[in-house]
Design a protein around this ligand. Structure first.
Ligand code: ADP
Ligand code: ZN
Length: 624
C-alpha cells in the first residue's frame, strides 16, 4: 500500500479516518459498504483502542483488522491458529495488492529471512504468525523492534477452557499486553457466550476493551435436523448419501464423530460415485494439506471430516454442511453449520441425531482429563444442543436466544418454521415413564421398559408384575413410548448407560426429574405420540431444495468465467475463490460489463484485481 495512507491517518478526525477506511474497502476489497459492526470495530482500531469483536462466521471478521493494519503506521500482526488458514489469507491479501506475509513452521529459511527483511524495511502491511511461534523469545524480541500497527488475535475463543475449542498455546497470549504496550489489540471470534467472553477479556488482558457483539442471524442458511431412524451406521451413511445426491454439483462438508466413521463414509460416498474426501487428524499432515487443497480447489467436492477440519477454512461457496453425527454444543453447531454459505448465497445445514449420540457425547466428556466443573459445563452444553435439535422452536431463533439475542424472531426457512410441528403436553405420560424407569432400577434397556409399561413382559416374574407401573401405559403404542423415551433422553430426564452396546435406561438430571414428577415442569413433545391404535406413520419430512440457479441466459458466460478462474487459480497454485468468488462471477455474468469502469462496479472487483484480470474478464464477456 502507498505509504501516504498510513502517514495521513494519524492526522485525521475519526469521521475522516473512517471515510478513508471505506474508500480502501471499495478500492482494494471491492466491497461497497461495511457490513454489520465492521465500521465500528475499525473505528475503534483506528483510534488506537483495544476491542473484542464477536461476529458470526462469514460476518467479515478479517476486514476488521486488515483495513486498520493497512491504514495505521507499521505492520499489523495477526495471530492465527491454523497454518492452512494463514496461507489462504496471505494469498488472498496479495491478490488484492496488500503486502502480507506469514511466519509459520511451513516457511523456508530463505523465505523467513525475506519476510523479516521486508518487515524491518516497513514494507509489510500484515504479518501472520502462529501462537507457537509467538512463544519463542527470539520471535518476540525481533517483533519488539518493529513498528506494530495493531495485534489481531483470530479465533480468540480458543483461550477459554469453558468454550468449545480450547487450545493451550492460546493461554499465553495475554503476555502480548506487556510485550507490546501501546499497540492496540483486537480479539475476534465467531462464538462466545458470556462466560467465554469474560474469559477472553481476562486471559488476553483486554480490561478496557470495548466489546462488539453482532447479530448471529444467518438468513441465507436453511437449517434442519432429523432423528436418525436407527443407530445403524449403514443407515446413517445411506441417508447422508441421499442428501448429497440431492445437491449435485455442490461442494459440502459432512461432519462425522470419529476418524473411522469419516474414512468409512467417504469410501461409501466414493463407491456411490461422489467426489468425496476424508479429512481427520489421523492423516499425515502433508496428506491432509493435499486433501484440503483439493477441497478448496475443486468446484463440487464433499469433504467428510471430523472436527479437525474447518476452523478458519473459509471456502465461500460451501453449499451444505451435514452432521452425520451431531456436534458437541450449540456453539460448535453454529460454527460448523456456519461454514456453509459464507458467500451469502442460500446454503443448507442438516443435522442427523439419535439417542445413542447423546450417550456418546456424554461419555466422551466423561473421559476427558478436565476439572469436574468444566465437565459439568460441557455436559450442560451437550444437553442444550440436543434439546434444541429435538425441540419445537425455530432453530435459528433458538440458537440466537442461546447467544443472548433476546429479540431474535423465527427465521421462516428452517424445517420447523416451514412445517410447524404440533406441540403436545406429555407431562402425565412422562411421569409414568419416569416412574417405571425408577422402579425398574435402571437395570433394563428401552425394549424391556416399553414392555413393562404395556404389561407385555415375557414370562413376567411376580416382583415385576407387582410393581404399580406394570401395564399402566396402554394409552401409547410401543412406538409412541419409544419416541417419548428418546425425547426424554434429549431433554436430559432419562439417560442411557451404554453398557457395552446393550444400553440401560436410567434417570437423568435429578433436579429436573423431581420437578417433572411434582408437576412443576411440563414436558412437551414436538410430535403427536403414537397412540396404541394408530398406525405407524413415516417420520421423514419434506424438505425444500435451495440454491438459486444461475439464470439460463447467463449460464454460458458464468461457466466460461468459472473455467477461466480454474485455470488461473491452478497456474498460481491458489484456490479459485481467491481469484474471484462465485458471487462475483455471477454478478459479472449478469451485468456483462463492457469496460473497466463498469467491471469495477461489480462487488468483489477491487483495483488490484481489475489491473490483474480486467482484460481477461472483459474478453470473456465479449466472447460468450
Ligand atoms: P469471517 O468473519 O468468517 O472470518 P471473513 O472475514 O472470511 O469472515 O469474510 C467472509 C466473507 O465476507 C469473505 O468472502 C469476504 O470477502 C466477505 N466480506 C467481508 N466484508 C464484506 C463487506 N463489507 N461486504 C461484502 N462482503 C464482505
Ligand atoms: Zn426457523
Amino acid at each position: 500500500m502507498a505509504p501516504a495512507d498510513s502517514a495521513l491517518i494519524a492526522a485525521l478526525s475519526p469521521a475522516d479516518a473512517l471515510a478513508g477506511a471505506r474508500d480502501l474497502l471499495e478500492r482494494v476489497w471491492g466491497h461497497r459498504q461495511f457490513r454489520g459492526l465492521q465500521a465500528e470495530v475499525i473505528a475503534e482500531m483506528l483510534a488506537g483502542r483495544d476491542a473484542l469483536a464477536v461476529l458470526p462466521t462469514g460476518g467479515g471478521k478479517s476486514v476488521c483488522y486488515q483495513i486498520p493494519a493497512v491504514l495505521r503506521r507499521g505492520v499489523g500482526l495477526v495471530v492465527s491458529p491454523l497454518i492452512a488458514l494463514m496461507a489462504d489469507q496471505v494469498a488472498a491479501m496479495r491478490q488484492q495488492g496488500v503486502a502480507a506475509a506469514r511466519l509459520d513452521s511451513n516457511v523456508t529459511l530463505d523465505e523467513r529471512t525475506a519476510v523479516w527483511r521486508a518487515a524491518e524495511a516497513g514494507e509489510l502491511d500484515l504479518l501472520y504468525v502462529s501462537p507457537e511461534g509467538l512463544a519463542q523469545p527470539h520471535m518476540t524480541d525481533r517483533l519488539g523492534r518493529l513498528d506494530l500497527a495493531l495485534i489481531a488475535i483470530d479465533e480468540a475463543h480458543c483461550v477459554s477452557q469453558w468454550g468449545h475449542d480450547f487450545r493451550p498455546d492460546y493461554r499465553d497470549l495475554g503476555r502480548l499486553a506487556e510485550l507490546f504496550p501501546g499497540v492496540p489489540r483486537l480479539a475476534v471470534t465467531a462464538t462466545a457466550d458470556a462466560r467465554t467472553r469474560e474469559d477472553i477479556v481476562r486471559s488476553l488482558r483486554l480490561g478496557d476493551a470495548r466489546i462488539f457483539v453482532d447479530s448471529f442471524a444467518r438468513p441465507n442458511l436453511q437449517l434442519s435436523a432429523e432423528r436418525k431412524e436407527s443407530a445403524s451406521r449403514a443407515r446413517t451413511d445411506e441417508r447422508v448419501a441421499q442428501l448429497v445426491a440431492r445437491r449435485p454439483g455442490q461442494s459440502g462438508v459432512v461432519y462425522c464423530g470419529s476418524r473411522d466413521g469419516a474414512d468409512r463414509l467417504a469410501d461409501d460416498l466414493k463407491r456411490r460415485g461422489f467426489n468425496a474426501i476424508a479429512y481427520h487428524a489421523g492423516l499425515d499432515p502433508r496428506e491432509r494439506d493435499r486433501r484440503l487443497a483439493r477441497f478448496l480447489g475443486e468446484d463440487a467436492c464433499v469433504m467428510v471430516a471430523t472436527i479437525a477440519f474447518g476452523m478458519g477454512v473459509d471456502k465461500p461457496d460451501v453449499r451444505f454442511v451435514i452432521h452425520a453425527d451431531p456436534p458437541s454444543s450449540i456453539e460448535a453447531y453454529w460454527q460448523e453449520i456456519g461454514r456453509a454459505g459464507r458467500d451469502g448465497e442460500p446454503a443448507d445445514g442438516i443435522t442427523l441425531y439419535g439417542p445413542s449420540d447423546i450417550a456418546w457425547s456424554l461419555r466422551r466428556i466423561e473421559g476427558r482429563p478436565m476439572d469436574e466443573a468444566v465437565k459439568q459445563a460441557q455436559v450442560l452444553k451437550a444437553r442444550q444442543l440436543f434439546r434444541m435439535l429435538d425441540g419445537a422452536t425455530c432453530r435459528a431463533m433458538a440458537v440466537r436466544h442461546y447467544f443472548g439475542e433476546a429479540a431474535a424472531e423465527p427465521c421462516g426457512v428452517c424445517d420447523l418454521c416451514l412445517n410447524p410441528p404440533a406441540v403436545m403436553d406429555a407431562t402425565q405420560t412422562a411421569q409414568k415413564l419416569i416412574s417405571a424407569v425408577h422402579r425398574l432400577g435402571g437395570r433394563y434397556g428401552k425394549g424391556r421398559v416399553v414392555n413393562h409399561l404395556l404389561g407385555k413382559t415375557k414370562e413376567v416374574q411376580p416382583w415385576e408384575a407387582g410393581l404399580t407401573t406394570f401395564g399402566i401405559g396402554d394409552e401409547l403404542s410401543a412406538n409412541g413410548w419409544r419416541d417419548l423415551i428418546d425425547h426424554l433422553i434429549y431433554e436430559g430426564l432419562l439417560a442411557e448407560d451404554p453398557n457395552e452396546g446393550k444400553p440401560l435406561l436410567g434417570l437423568g438430571d435429578p433436579v429436573m426429574v423431581k420437578a417433572v414428577y411434582r408437576g412443576e415442569l411440563k414436558v412437551e413433545t414436538r410430535r403427536e405420540l403414537q397412540s396404541a391404535d394408530a398406525a405407524r406413520t413415516p417420520r421423514r419430512r419434506r424438505r425444500g431444495e435451495p440454491m438459486t440457479p444461475v439464470p439460463e441466459a447467463d449460464r454460458a458466460l458464468f461457466e466460461a468465467l468459472r473455467n477461466w478462474r480454474k485455470d488461473v487459480a491452478a497456474e498460481q497454485g491458489v484456490p479459485p475463490y481467491v481469484i474471484f468468488h462465485d458471487r462475483t462471477l455471477l454478478d459479472i455474468a449478469r451485468a456483462r460489463p463492457d469496460s473497466a469502469a463498469t467491471l469495477a462496479r461489480v462487488a468483489g472487483v477491487g483495483e488490484g484485481k481489475l489491473a490483474r484480470y480486467g482484460d481477461a474478464v472483459l474478453r470473456l464477456v465479449r466472447d460468450n
